[in-house]
Design a protein around this ligand. Structure first.
Ligand SMILES: Cc1cc2nc3c(=O)[nH]c(=O)nc-3n(C[C@H](O)[C@H](O)[C@H](O)COP(=O)(O)OP(=O)(O)OC[C@H]3O[C@@H](n4cnc5c(N)ncnc54)[C@H](O)[C@@H]3O)c2cc1C
Length: 215
């Protein structure tokens, strides 16, 4: 908050303009970052929840429980708390429900239902993203891939691995190392991030540069 007040006060902005007068892009980036804090659950003065998105009712809850199983529907506040907050603790949503489908068919059913009933949702992998994309802004349903974590196939001739979106990067790397291969991406969050999240964010890390240079 101190930083925000400093940057947003007229004097703070003047100091920033002087510092970055030859670098408008850098100044714009800083200004946008402080502005974006208005997306957090506690300060939503700038972004309003869209009224046309449905609010969840008991019928929706029973549908989800029936499709993916009661144990895969999270409504407990203490379990939801970390799922509502991003890694950097910059953003916080107020979702009351997280769904953890185990198969593509279950996920597909959930998505079809949400689309039909205009229920807002946010996909969540390992929740290690640094820009708040994996947490709800308001009360969106969190659809987590954490239980979709099976390796489907590995072709050691072609070097092609087929797996579910919720496989943790490190576990894929360990699986491949046992077979004399390496995952072509490596990042600090590898113990938590999911391969689906890596693809969605186009993440790479240092090994990606190394491997591309060696192809
Ligand atoms: C210590 C640390 C080091 C990091 N190092 C790097 C780095 O070197 N390089 C780098 O690029 N990033 C890095 N990151 C950022 C982050 O780890 C990556 O962006 C990672 O790819 C996110 O994966 P995740 O599973 O945690 O996705 P999440 O954070 O859960 O989600 C990220 C975004 O992808 C969407 N998403 C997730 N899964 C799916 C899916 N299955 N289908 C569709 N959309 C989906 C979410 O809605 C969200 O918008 C780092 C983060 C930390 C904490």
């Amino acid at each position: 908050r101190q930083q925000r007040e400093k940057f947003c006060s007229p004097l703070g902005m003047r100091a920033l303009r002087l510092k970055f007068r030859n670098r408008p892009a850098a100044l714009a980036a800083l200004v946008r970052r402080t502005d974006n804090r208005a997306f957090s659950g506690t300060t939503t003065e700038k972004v309003q929840r869209r009224a046309d998105f449905k609010e969840l009712c008991a019928e929706d809850l029973s549908f989800f429980q029936e499709v993916i199983g009661q144990s895969n529907v999270i409504t407990d506040a203490s379990e939801l708390e970390p799922m509502n907050k991003d890694w950097m603790h910059h953003y916080e949503g107020q979702s009351k429900i997280a769904l953890c489908p185990e198969t593509t068919e279950q996920l597909s059913e959930v998505m079809r239902y949400c689309n039909l009933h205009k229920i807002a949702m946010v996909p969540q992998g390992g929740n290690t993203g640094l820009v708040g994309g994996s947490t709800p802004v308001f009360d969106e349903v969190i659809v987590s891939t954490k239980k979709m974590n099976k390796i489907q196939d590995f072709d050691d001739l072609m070097g092609i691995l087929i797996c579910d979106a919720g496989c943790v990067l490190q576990s894929l790397d360990e699986y491949l190392r046992e077979r004399g291969f390496l995952m072509p991406l490596d990042l600090g969050a590898k113990g938590s991030c999911h391969i689906g999240g890596n693809v969605a964010t186009n993440a790479g890390g240092v090994r990606l540069v190394y491997d591309i240079n060696n192809i």
